[in-house]
Design a protein around this ligand. Structure first.
Ligand SMILES: [Zn+2]
Length: 318
């Protein structure tokens, strides 16, 4: 259901152009400061806002008409809710993160996708030393999870994907970001390969970032070892007809649904980007001027420039 025209762009990095004295005092910033914004515009006082989980705040839920940058129609005043623009309106409840001076705005724009990886793999998935981590799906989320698992010290990181040239390129990048092995699930048996690579141990943590069919939910549960953790992050937009819940019980699994990021994960992401840990800046592959937003969006879905992972729109470039 369309909510009407809107300015897209929900991973905004910019400088504070102008604000009143009271706003600057409340936000703790000054004009000229470079900041990354969270896409959530939260209520600021609920249980979830108080713990930095703005994505769970009712006020940020687009399903019930909540406010989000890049997902709020222009019919909601003042209309400038998206990052694909020279200027963006700042709601009083905006969540800011300071961007270190040494980080370019283009690289800083990786903060939110990388924050998702840190949230899913580390803060929620608890990846750590000694862990075998299997990540299904080499998109932005999966690649970010690989880098985050590597940063967390996981011992064996495996990323899975398809045979397509796009996935194969992304699996190559996964290795640059810290993955030890990649599996082409169309040409290799997923369960057997993970069993071989782990000496039968299987995965302490499985993160499903695949957006395709329900099969990756079943394989996530199969790949996990006893007492393992499974993070479901890839939305299927359909029900799964046969789900083996008995296997979850038999294996004593912890199964967690996941979306988005917390305040802390964005801060950790900016630190990783500032230090270019695990070659993380290589995820940023393309920059487009504002006049080519259409090409940028098509590139993201494989219809434009080749080999895209993360595209940035720079509204100030020609
Ligand atoms: Zn709230």
């Amino acid at each position: 259901r369309s909510r009407g025209p809107m300015i897209l762009g929900h991973e905004t990095v910019g400088t504070i152009a102008s604000a009143g004295a009271e706003a600057l005092r409340r936000w703790g910033v000054k004009e000229g400061d470079r900041v990354a914004l969270e896409e959530y515009v939260p209520c600021g006082h609920c249980e979830f806002c108080r713990s930095g989980d703005f994505r769970l705040c009712e006020a940020t839920d687009w399903r019930s008409g909540g406010l989000r940058y890049g997902a709020t129609p222009v019919s909601v005043e003042p209309g400038l809710w998206g990052g694909y623009a020279e200027f963006q309106f700042l709601h009083p409840n905006t969540v800011f993160h300071r961007v270190p001076d040494a980080v370019s705005p283009v690289h800083a724009a990786l903060a939110l996708p990388l924050a998702n990886g840190i949230e899913w793999a580390y803060l929620q998935g608890r990846a750590g030393p000694g862990d075998v981590v299997v990540i299904q799906g080499p998109g932005q989320q999966g690649l970010s999870c690989a880098a985050a698992a590597s940063e967390a010290g996981a011992s064996l990181i495996i990323v899975t994907g398809l045979s397509s040239p796009t996935d194969q390129r992304r699996l190559d990048l996964a290795k640059r970001l810290g993955a030890h092995h990649t599996i082409d699930i169309e040409n290799e048996d997923l369960l057997e390969t993970v069993a071989e690579l782990t000496g039968g141990h299987m995965a302490d943590l499985v993160i499903d970032c695949a957006s395709g069919g329900p099969q990756s939910v079943a394989s996530a549960v199969q790949l996990a070892r006893k007492k393992g953790r499974v993070i479901l992050g890839g939305q299927k937009r359909k029900k799964i007809p046969e789900f083996d819940s008995d296997m979850v019980i038999a294996k004593f699994l912890t199964l967690k649904g996941m979306r988005g990021h917390s305040y802390v994960s964005v801060e950790l992401a900016l630190g990783m980007i500032a230090a270019n840990r695990h070659n993380i800046r290589e995820m940023s592959t393309h920059t487009f001027p504002l006049s080519q937003v259409d090409a940028a969006l098509k590139t993201l879905v494989g219809q434009g420039a080749e080999a895209a992972v993360h595209c940035t729109v720079d509204p100030w470039s020609a």
